[in-house]
Design a protein around this ligand. Sequence first.
Ligand code: IVH
Length: 676
Amino acid sequence: MIRKKIEKEYNEKIKEITKLNKFYYEKNNPIVDDSEYDILKRNILELESKYSYLKSKNSPSVTVGFKPSKNFRKAPHRVPMLSLANAFDQDDLSNFEKKIMNYLNQKNRIEIEYSAEPKIDGISASLSYKNGNFITGLSRGDGKEGEDITENLKTINDIPQKILSKDFPNDIDVRGEIFIQNNDFKKLSDKFANPRNAASGSLRQKDSLETKKIPLKFIAYTFGYEKGLKITKQSEFLKKLKEWGFKTNPLNKTITGIENLMKNYKEIENKRESLNFDIDGIVYKINDFKLQKRLGNITNSPRWAIAHKFSANNGVSKIENIEIQIGRTGALTPVAKIKPINIGGVVVSNATLHNEEEIIRKDIRIGDTVLIERAGDVIPHVISVDLKLRNKESKKFIFPSKCPSCGSKTVKEYNSITKKEDAVRRCISEGFECEKIAIEKIKHFVSKEAFNIDGFGKKIVENFWKKNLVRLPQNIFTLDYSVIESLDGWGKQSVSNLKYSIDSKRTVPFEKFIFALGIRHIGLENAKLISKHLLSLKNFISLAETKKFDDLINIDGIGETQINSIKSFLVNKTNLKVLNDLSRLIKVKDTILVKKDGLFINKTFMITGKLEGISRAEAKSLIEENSGSIISNVSKKLDFLIIGEKPTKRKIEAAKDLKIKILSQAEWLKMLDKTS
Ligand code: IVH
């Protein structure tokens, strides 16, 4: 699926660049500026280097730059230089192994051992040695014929010119990768787009003295033609290469089983950033040469090897605009709207710029060409700006000094702990008075950890805001459902579902209620602490009159920052109206302090199956209020297993085995009755 998408995107880009070339070269009338052309070209080259299956005769990697150069003599490879098939996930690896098993007619009877070798992203070369002397070196070319780059290769220190070891074959082509280390690339980064280009460019210099200036490296990993090689395994060959004086990859390993390949893959992917050379995946080769021979090749690649690629995580794009988003706590977050690019199969069109300070530090401007990274679930962000491609007329981005939503003053607070000004600029208005903050506060109010109103998502909050249906949290409980039913996308059923979800949340524990208010610095934990101290919403509201905020300092875990935040919340009239209205519309349950010596003291419970008329959460609180605790496994530590409807049989059996007391819901509630 992803592959199809990527191919489609690639072909569209090729079509686009072909058109731009036509206007530029044939009509002498460019239709875009150079920086736009460069971004497109880079995107194509990046896609090609990330996904080796992408190819086009109109690609800038073929049409410009390194056409089989006339500077070098062409020469045939004695054994073709093959390429590798790609795998992207565990399924691909399992299929790869399955095919091998079928081919060898083994139904998982043998355990396959692999040589796992991090795949360096450089330029491959084949070095012919005769009687221990380095004679000729060829580039890969089209795999059958390469360019004779012997003179340039001779300038590379890692390539032994003469090998005296007795067991070094009389005639062999040693193959490996030419590359440039990242620290060396840094010094050349104004001349080349990436380390791979730098290696390729220097290797193809007409004058080998030019190549010599660049610290190229060579890592050996395989052989082509050979006569007199007495070795049976790839891992042995790698060991021998080292003995003969070649460099090999220090991260090479011998591994058995797909699961272990995956483990190693993840470990190396995590290390990737800290390595001094670029790798784009891991090559797995069947370790046993006999098996390799039996398996042979498919047209262009061996059946016995595969490249497990890392997912791409960055790409180049252009900032089209910088927007300021306002969060629930008033933080102004700048977001770069970028020309959409595909990073590892996901189209990215927004990148966070974090805060004002980040923009100043990196001098990020509208119109800039930037490197964007997207890693895992982290929001895509800007790594660097390509200053070479910056338009001369570009201007520094001026961060707004007023809130773009409500026009209030914005401030960078002084952090008394770090003794520094905050990096984040904030709108100073108190919550519901700033439109953007209010919307975010309502989203928070209905969110999973707060009121948890099913089906009341962020889009609905925005839509209801636009339609003027919800301005403050209390409006949620007085919605006019007939109006909603008339809105686009709503029907009788969905409205009735929404009504049901809202009505089922008309009773909430006090701690959830405090958290749902979205007071700055009052997260779930602090809300719990406050609820245990104040016990009821009534007490919370009366704080606004008594102004006994300082009492809160007695709460272990609550500090000045939190108290100030509660103070500013409670002195605001709108907030008080929110509290008063809500207290009439819903039931906020008082906090019941857990009895330290309750009926269930030192007793553990587990619930399996659905309970009638009581939620799991409520059952848990009931147990906890009576000093009991809930555990999640059936073990010797368990005292009671409570069974509801459709319980897990396995749990019941395990409990019986351990002679644990099993209770029906009624029996358990009866126990509780005794306490009241
Ligand atoms: S083995 C038939 N081993 O990956 C085996 N290749 O797409 C092919 N590469 O052109 C080569 N590290 O440039 C092999 N440890 C390694 C490698 C490796 C990087 C490159 C090489 C080759 C490409 C295959």
